[in-house]
Design a protein around this ligand. Structure first.
Ligand code: GUN
Length: 284
């Protein structure tokens, strides 16, 4: 039987529906409109397109959004100033600085400048630290979306072997921590892993977050595994494909996320969820 296709569009739509109701409630009962401030430096087409989607989604949910677009040559000091302005703006509950930043700007300096209480990306060391010790925090959006997809599919994580391919700060490391906190036995693989195929084949859950088109082939997947594909790669001819050979994996996995339409739509939904949470917490 071919794998069940995990529909990220559908799951994210139901999260957006829940959020719309919550935002309406906050406005009506507390006079509060959740707000997100976005900083976009430069003209990278992928970043521009992500930021536009974030603005559109915020608007459709009734969330106030303010995006500041500045040229690629903007100094680090000027970007830090924009972050600080958002930090002290009471209409802004969540702040997102779109990554990557141009090479003359130190990404960590900018991330460290975000008020951890407004860090809806969950990239500030305070939130990363809290995630590691199991305290309340803002969970990075893509990892949070991955867990939401797995859990809403009805898959039990406790005691399972989860294999994460990729060790980025944005996806690989935090998703590994979330899987661990849900009692999976977690392996993190990367470019220096010996016999990647053998490691992957141990995964009841396999998360691919590498950024290489179709590098996870059917022979690397354990029969019956749940496969989460985080990759978004444009191949010759303009088609978008994931890190997993989707067609091949369909015959081996029990469930798999497509690209596009899997993890992608979840990321923005979780960003909006974090922003609404930040607004709610600002009342306390
Ligand atoms: N660039 C790619 N993914 C992300 C993300 O989740 N947040 C931010 N700020 N930038 C990104």
């Amino acid at each position: 039987m071919p794998a069940t296709i995990i529909d990220g569009k559908q799951v994210s739509a139901s999260i957006r529906e829940e959020l719309t109701a919550k935002v309406e409630g906050l406005k009506a009962e507390r006079g509060l409109t959740p707000g997100i401030g976005v900083v976009l430096v430069g003209e990278d087409p992928a970043s521009q397109s992500y930021v536009k989607s974030k603005e559109k989604t915020a608007e459709s949910l009734g969330i106030y959004s303010k995006t500041i677009r500045v040229p690629a040559e903007t100094s680090e000091e000027d970007v830090l100033r924009l972050v600080r302005e958002f930090n002290s703006d009471p209409k802004i509950h969540g702040i997102l600085v779109q990554l990557p930043l141009p090479p003359h700007i130190n990404e960590n300096s900018v991330i460290f400048a975000i008020d951890p209480k407004k860090d809806v990306d969950g990239f500030h060391p305070v939130n990363i630290g809290r995630l590691h010790i199991g305290e309340d925090c803002y969970v990075p959006c893509t990892p949070a979306g991955i867990i939401e997809l797995i859990e809403r599919t009805g898959v039990e994580l406790k005691g399972k072997n989860a294999v994460v391919v990729g060790r980025s700060n944005i996806v690989g490391k935090p998703v590994a921590m979330l899987l661990l906190s849900r009692h999976s036995t977690v392996t993190i693989c990367h470019s220096r892993t010996r016999d990647l195929a053998a490691e992957c084949r141990r995964g009841d859950i396999l998360v691919a977050a590498v950024g290489k088109a179709r590098m996870i082939t059917a022979d690397m997947i354990k029969p019956g595994a749940v496969v989460i594909d985080v990759g978004v790669n444009r191949i010759e001819g303009g088609k978008l494909v994931g890190d997993v050979d989707f067609e091949g994996a369909l015959d081996v996995a029990s469930a798999i996320t497509p690209v596009p339409g899997g993890v992608g739509p979840m990321t923005i939904a979780m960003l909006m969820k974090n922003t609404v949470l930040a607004a709610e917490r600002s009342l306390k």
